[in-house]
Design a protein around this ligand. Structure first.
Ligand SMILES: [Zn+2]
Length: 445
């Protein structure tokens, strides 16, 4: 249990409070530095690249103020990661604080009621703008937590490694998190400051699902649209004349939907809401090849799916289950039996699993309890599965037990009018400060 006494806590938490305006100002400024991921779909790389590096350099100024050894390095030009190592006196556990500087695009600015998507506007209770919740607030909270420790006249015993990294929004971990790991920055545990999983603010998140992106394409046979009756009514010439790919695609769509419903009943996890593991049909295209008019019997239909799979399952098993299910469904249809649906497996983001009894989970929960005293977040924080995927997966693969805990809400991340609530930001900052003291150990400096 706690080794951090009340006196020390009070001193450090007072230091966090005393820099509140600086923290909000820094977040506002970081939001104003546009840092849309240049590889995000729809972006022109050369026009967008560079913003991430600018945010990293800005965050590094706080690592510098702390007295860190600074490492600014990029795998691709303009996309610097910032690592700040605050060396401990050598006898404590080490800790990584990690967050990503890239954001998704703002969408249509006209839909933002709060002003420009990159306004960084500070209201009485929140800071607005793309990246405020996901996740510049978290990155700066971690830096300001460390500053509060130093300003309270303390130093840590174990190393604290502060990381602001690029590339997360498109799983470009080879440019970001994994590149940092390969450069030799590891620790006894890591806390990623991703926003919280609904419905709870400031939940402790040791587990994420896995993600698969795949598409299924069904082929038909073109003919004049007036032949539709001939293609499928009793007595017609059937597939000799034509086959509408859209009818066959909807048949496969329904089959996959049935599998998804089965998952809702069969795949459970204590840290996730019932029915969380899903096969989401996100994009549907189809029609004649070349020109999208309804006067030709359609030649193709493609559905793009995003699977959120159970963290205990292997990606190859999930893939095989879906492939087998689609193949079984296709055998029920004479055309699809001869012309099987084509599945294209495009991207796998692995699940991230840390035992909910791991010491870092308890340490974060303890720290939150102290930090949140007297706030609306008071008490033991909930332990939850994350709705989506995040860089904890790659830290874990790299051998660093990584969980997430952070200010913000994934429901406003990637959405219009993204914002982070100031009380969440402040409580998270205090939690990071207490956690570092408790995890790494400390002494008077
Ligand atoms: Zn994020």
């Amino acid at each position: 249990m706690a080794t951090v006494g009340t006196d020390v806590q009070t001193r450090v938490l007072a230091e966090v409070e005393s820099r509140k305006d600086d923290l909000l100002g820094a977040l506002s400024k970081a939001v104003q530095i546009e840092s849309v991921n240049p590889k995000y779909p729809g972006q022109v790389y050369d026009e967008v690249v560079g913003g991430e590096g600018e945010v990293s350099k800005f965050v590094a100024t706080f690592y510098e103020e702390l007295g860190c050894e600074i490492d600014l390095f990029a795998v691709e030009p303009g996309r610097e990661n910032a690592v700040g190592v605050w060396r401990g006196s050598g006898t404590g556990r080490s800790l990584v604080y990690n967050g990503h500087v890239d954001t998704v695009p703002p969408g249509d600015p006209a839909n933002w009621k709060s002003g420009s998507p990159f306004s960084g506007k500070i209201d009485s209770d929140r800071v607005w703008g793309r990246g405020s919740t996901d996740m510049k607030g978290g990155i700066l909270a971690q830096a300001f937590a460390a500053l509060a420790i130093r300003n309270a006249g303390l130093r840590l015993k174990g190393d604290l490694i502060l990381e602001a990294e690029v590339g997360e929004e498109v799983m470009d971990h080879e440019c970001g998190t994994t590149a940092i790991l390969k450069r030799g920055y590891t620790a006894d545990a890591a806390v990623v400051s991703e926003p919280s999983a609904p419905p709870d603010a400031l939940a402790v998140v040791p587990i994420t699902p896995g993600l698969w992106w795949f598409s299924v394409t069904v082929r038909g046979k073109a003919t004049h649209a007036s032949m539709r009756g001939e293609t499928f009514r009793a007595g017609g010439l059937g597939p000799q004349v034509g086959v509408n790919a859209i009818d066959k695609g909807v048949f496969i769509f329904q089959a996959i939907r049935q599998l998804e419903d089965t998952w809702g009943l069969t795949k459970h996890h204590p840290l996730f809401a019932p029915g969380h593991f899903t096969i989401h049909p996100g994009v549907l295209t189809g029609g004649p090849t070349g020109v999208l008019v309804p006067f030709v019997v359609s030649e193709f239909m493609t559905i793009e799916y995003c699977i959120w799979y159970h963290p205990d399952e292997k990606p190859e098993d999930v893939r095989k289950e879906v492939e087998d299910h689609v193949a079984t469904a296709a055998r029920l249809d004479p055309w699809l039996r001869e012309h099987p649906p084509e599945l294209d497996w495009k991207l796998n983001w692995p699940a991230s699993v840390v035992d909910p009894d791991h010491p870092i989970v308890n340490a974060v929960a303890d720290a939150h309890e102290w930090a949140a005293e007297g706030t609306r977040f008071a008490g033991r924080p909930p332990i939850r599965g994350f709705a989506a995927v995040e860089d904890t997966a790659f830290l874990n693969i790299g051998g660093v037990p990584a969980i997430s805990y952070g200010p913000g809400d994934i429901r406003v991340a990637h959405a219009d009018d993204e914002h982070v609530l100031i009380d969440e930001l402040m409580t998270a900052t205090k939690t990071y400060a207490v956690l570092a003291l408790e995890w790494c150990g400390f002494e008077e400096s």
